[in-house]
Design a protein around this ligand. Structure first.
Ligand code: NAG
Ligand code: NAG
Length: 751
């Protein structure tokens, strides 16, 4: 029964917004951005849409824009992003940033259908195992449902759990004073005149533990328009990517159509506030930066290389510094491909030697059948090898569940540099695959694939002049609903005058905290420590020099956090330097790297496009759509592959190295050609990319969960496993990461 309720709402006058401040800011006469006015305008312009569509942060989604079925009881809705941003385009013109997007929603359907869909079953399940119950509970917790068993009465509840007992077993007290108990199934029969068809299934729990409400699964329907915020599985990710992946011309058309359809000029609220929106995209001037020349080893037929179109090949070239691998072995967990592991390894040897490594062709190679005791198999195999191994190649099992365990075990316990390969590659030998594999193996063996010719000549502005260290840093947070720490990864270059080898440090920190906590630390006794200090010492050890310049590329910071991250992390950098030597204060440049923004650049004509229809690699934009008075730019450093290329946004928050815009743009673009894993220029600057890879990999070290805890490992490693898993299950806000043995940590193990 719905009761009418009256709410008294009071509206208080807070202040009137001063448009003069906005005008001053946009014309560069005031540095502080009057964010409150921009927020107010933004609210006005999104009012109509938020009444019509489902709002998700700054985006709107609706069936009307199109929806697609996904697996696991989900569907994907199309939508768009909208935001007003202050830009350089003068007084009255703020740019409206619009872009299309797609996001997963729960499909509105009965819970029974959802559960069948979740397990890809066509029939309604008749009972649930404990494991299934936990999985369903995880997928449905927090979801709103409405009951459909009574005609004309629909009540809404939020799911807080799934009961362990079935509807016919689950008893509750009907009448406190009389103490009568009744089962849920009985209650529905007698009180609701409703006979449950599936009374051996559990119930949904809604409400609190002290006052729970029980609802049989079959009377519940998922309420429409609820976004799915939990982690998508791999199939679902690819489904959504397919929808979200739109070629540039199509995307451009969609955005224009959307703006026309929204008809902002007729929007009641926009009109009242005198806001007009031009229905066209803005034309901005862009430059296309020249790709850098790359240096390869002099013993190759080609000693250098001029990339074109964002890529190049290793043909006729030898890596700048070839690593050497004498003792190595390969263990395969593939079930499907048993007899071709030898051939696969032969290809690895061939590819490594071809690019200029010294790679022993003899190795111990085995097919392992022990999928339940993977760590044990690896442990025993490594023990059986005659010499201490420099490199272990692991061919991963087809079942993805064990990837994390294997990476964790190899990186943190085994103390041997490991190269993991997916078993599907056994089947399709592909030259490019082996070449990229060889490049990864080379950096893991301490080699270096290529360097910028300018770094050999010593002609990189700022960097070549003085010993310089380039940092990359990123923080990854656990997926919503996952109970683990955030992980910070910091990498730093170790090979000045070159900038190719990056050492990585990892630390776990308080969940969802944006600022990197352990950049600089000090014990109660005043002993300094932290990641920056350690990396500066490592730089000194590797190059014999003390860095006189610091460049810090920081990924994973949202706009609202710029100030707090800059203040805290720049301070940490300075204190780390001062802790090494009084007065040591190398000039520092702090740049935020953003990939998750909604600015898209389209070529004006086909002459300025590559074959995918995207802007050319090296395209840089630093006017009009950029910040009115700060140093920022959009750089598309990579060639388009599928969909619309996303330029990276670099925002220089602080610069003591006096970079000109040209110098920093070129440096950033050139560095994108030194990424170790392929012969392509990448879309974000490699130090930021490496930090991201490392943080992502470290997630495996703490997210392996119960599966890992139950595995059996023998001898000394068993004890360590026990402590690691105890830490994983502890309720402490941060779980520590297991340490990575030195010989692994000193190479680019995360590649
Ligand atoms: C709402 O305001 C009216 C008038 O001031 C008052 O009579 C009434 O009691 C208020 N109701 C509530 C629920 O506060
Ligand atoms: C940058 O410019 C300022 C002001 O001209 C100067 O004091 C400082 O030494 C310069 N920094 C570097 C690293 O050249």
């Amino acid at each position: 029964m719905s009761r009418d309720r009256t709410f008294n709402i009071s509206i208080n006058f807070v202040k009137s917004l001063d448009q003069y401040a906005l005008a001053q800011f946009l014309s560069g006469r005031q540095t502080e951005c009057p964010q409150d006015i921009i927020t107010a305008l933004d609210i006005v312009l999104r009012e109509s849409a938020s009444n019509k569509y489902v709002t998700v942060s700054r985006s709107f989604f609706s069936h009307q824009f199109g929806k697609m079925d996904m697996s696991g009881g989900l569907e994907c809705w199309r939508g768009y992003f909208q935001s007003i941003r202050p830009t350089q385009m003068g007084l009255s013109l703020k740019s409206l940033n619009a872009d299309t997007s797609a996001t997963p929603f729960y499909k509105s359907m009965s819970i029974l259908t959802f559960i069948s869909g979740f397990y890809n079953e066509r029939h309604t399940l008749t009972s649930l195992s404990d494991r299934e119950r936990h999985e369903i509970q995880k997928a449905l917790n927090g979801v709103r449902v409405e009951t459909v068993h009574l005609p004309n009465v629909r009540r809404r509840y939020r799911i807080t759990g799934i009961t362990s007992q079935s509807a016919k077993e689950l008893m509750f007290t009907l009448d406190e004073t009389a103490g009568t108990k009744i089962s849920v199934a009985q209650y529905f029969r007698t009180h609701c005149k409703y006979n449950l068809r599936h009374d051996s299934l559990p119930c949904i729990k809604a409400g609190s533990d002290s006052k729970p409400k029980y609802l049989p699964l079959e009377v519940c329907q998922i309420v429409d328009g609820q976004r799915y915020v939990k982690k998508l599985n791999e199939v679902q990710v690819s489904e959504i990517l397919k929808v979200a992946c739109t070629p540039p011309t199509e995307r451009e058309g969609k955005i224009l159509e959307l703006v026309r359809k929204n008809n902002y000029d007729n929007d009641l609220f926009a009109k009242n506030f005198g806001i007009g929106v031009q229905p066209n995209l803005i034309t901005v001037e862009a430059r296309v930066l020249q790709p850098p020349r790359l240096k390869y080893h002099d013993s190759g037929a080609e000693k250098g290389c001029q990339p074109f179109g964002g890529k190049w090949s290793m043909n006729n070239k030898k890596v700048f510094r070839g690593g050497s691998v004498d003792a190595w072995a390969c263990i395969s967990f593939s079930r499907h491909y048993k007899n071709i592991v030898q051939d696969f390894c032969h290809e690895i040897v061939f590819a490594c030697n071809r690019i200029g490594m010294v790679f022993n062709q003899n190795a111990l190679i085995i097919d392992s059948g022990h999928h339940q005791r993977i760590e044990n198999s690896i442990h025993d195999f490594v023990k059986a090898c005659a010499k201490p191994l420099q490199l272990l190649v692991v061919i991963l099992p087809e079942a993805k569940g064990a990837y994390g365990r294997i990476k964790k075990y190899c990186d943190t316990e085994l103390g041997i540099v490991t190269q993991c390969c997916q078993s599907k590659h056994l089947n399709k030998p592909n030259r490019q695959y082996f070449e990229n594999l060889a490049l990864k193996i080379n950096v893991k063996a301490g080699g270096c694939n290529t360097v910028l010719e300018d770094s050999v000549r010593g002609s990189i502005p700022v960097i070549s002049e003085e010993p310089s260290i380039i940092f990359g840093a990123d923080v990854t947070h656990p997926a919503p609903g996952e109970d683990s720490s955030s992980i910070a990864a910091v990498v730093a270059s170790m090979d000045w005058p070159y900038v190719t080898k990056y050492k990585c440090l990892l630390s776990a920190q308080q969940r969802t905290r944006e600022i990197i906590e352990k950049l600089y630390t000090k014990t109660d006794d005043g002993v300094p420590g932290g990641m920056i200090r350690e990396l500066l010492f490592a730089f000194h050890k590797a190059t014999g020099r003390k860095p006189n310049r610091i460049i810090f590329y920081r990924d994973g910071v949202s706009e609202g956090q710029f100030n707090i991250v800059l203040t805290s992390e720049l301070d940490a950098i300075r204190r780390a330097c001062a802790s090494i030597q009084e007065g040591y204060l190398p000039p520092t440049t702090f740049i935020v790297v953003q990939k998750r923004h909604h600015t898209r650049l389209f070529p004006e004509n086909t002459k300025m496009a590559d074959r995918s229809g995207n802007i050319l690699p090296g395209t840089v934009v630093d006017t009009k759509i950029c910040h009115p008075n700060e140093f920022d730019f959009y750089l598309c450093s990579h060639a388009g592959i599928q969909g619309t290329s996303r330029p990276a946004h670099y925002h220089v928050l602080h610069d003591e190295n006096n970079f000109t815009a040209d110098q920093l743009q070129s440096l950033t673009n050139n560095l994108c050609y030194t990424y170790a894993r392929c012969t392509r220029s990448v879309s974000i600057v490699p130090p930021a990319y490496y930090a991201h890879l490392a943080a992502f990999r470290a997630r495996y070290y703490i997210d392996t969960g119960s599966e890992y805890a139950s595995s059996q490992v023998s001898g000394k490693t068993r004890q360590r496993t026990a402590t690691a898993s105890a830490a994983t299950t502890s309720a402490a806000p941060t779980t520590g990461l297991p340490a990575i043995p030195e010989n692994v940590a000193n190479v680019m193990f995360y590649c």
